[in-house]
Design a protein around this ligand. Structure first.
Ligand SMILES: N[C@@H](CCC(=O)N[C@@H](CS)C(=O)NCC(=O)O)C(=O)O
Length: 209
C-alpha cells in the first residue's frame, strides 16, 4: 500500500502511528506541500481535495486520515487499536468524527495563526482569529479533559485509533500555543501516548527554520 504523505502533517502522524503500532508496511510517497505538490494535476487525480494523506491499495484509493486508519487497521484482524466489537468501533468512530468536526477546527485555527503563518512568511497572527481559536479550543478541551478524568485512554483500557486521531494535533501544542494549562487530564494522557514507540516513530521532524 502506498501512502502519499508529508512528515509534518498531523493528519499523517495518526496514520503512521497506526501503521507502526500494527507493523503494517506502507510505501511512503512524499507530497511536498511546501512546493505545492498537493495541487499538481497528477496528485489531484487521486485526491481532488489537494490534501494529504491519500492511501492507494492497488485500484482502491482512499483519502481522509481517519478512514485510512480504519482501513489499514482492518488488515490486521484481532488487533487492539480497532477491535472487532461493534460498540467499541462505534465509540472509536465517535472520537474520530469529533476530531474531524470539532477538535480539528479549534486546533487547526491555532496551528495556522500561531505557527504556520510565521513559517510561511504569511504575516503575524491575527488577534481576532487567535481569540476565536482559543474559544473553540476551550469548548472542545473541556469535553476531552472531562472524558479523560479517571481514564487512561479514550476508549477502553489501552490505546486505540481514537487516541491517535485526537492526539495528532497535539504534536504542535507548544509552537501553536494551545492553552492547555487548565487541562491536566489531557496533558497526562498525551504524555502517556508519547511513551509509545509507535507514536515516537511517527512524530514529525522539526519544521525547517
Ligand atoms: N480531514 C483531512 C484533513 C487533511 C489535511 O488538512 N491535510 C493538510 C495537512 S495536515 C494538507 O494537506 N494541507 C495542504 C493544503 O491545504 O494545501 C484528513 O484527516 O485527512
Amino acid at each position: 500500500m502506498k501512502l502519499y504523505y508529508h512528515p509534518n502533517s498531523p493528519n499523517c502522524v495518526n496514520v503512521l502511528a497506526t501503521a507502526n503500532h500494527l507493523e503494517i508496511q506502507l510505501d511512503l510517497q512524499l507530497v511536498d506541500l511546501l512546493k505545492g505538490a498537493q495541487r499538481d494535476p497528477s496528485y489531484l487525480s487521486i485526491n481532488p481535495n489537494g490534501r494529504v494523506p491519500t492511501l492507494v491499495d492497488s485500484n482502491f484509493i482512499l483519502w481522509e486520515s481517519n478512514a485510512i486508519m480504519q482501513y489499514i487497521a482492518g488488515k490486521k484482524p484481532g488487533n487492539s487499536l480497532w477491535p472487532a466489537d461493534d460498540r467499541v468501533r462505534a465509540d472509536i468512530s465517535r472520537w474520530q468524527f469529533w476530531q474531524a468536526s470539532q477538535w480539528s477546527k479549534a486546533t487547526g485555527t491555532l496551528v495556522w495563526e500561531n505557527m504556520i503563518k510565521k513559517f510561511l512568511g504569511a504575516g503575524g497572527a491575527d488577534p481576532a482569529e487567535v481569540k476565536k481559536g482559543e474559544e473553540l479550543f476551550h469548548g472542545s478541551a473541556v469535553v476531552l479533559d472531562g472524558h479523560l478524568k479517571d481514564r487512561q485512554y479514550l476508549v477502553g483500557g489501552g490505546p486505540t485509533l481514537a487516541d491517535f486521531s485526537v492526539a495528532a494535533m497535539l504534536v504542535y501544542a507548544q509552537p501553536a500555543r494551545f492553552p492547555l494549562e487548565k487541562y491536566g487530564n489531557i496533558r497526562a494522557w498525551y504524555a502517556r501516548l508519547e511513551k509509545l514507540d509507535s507514536w515516537k516513530k511517527a512524530l514529525p521532524p522539526r519544521m525547517p527554520a
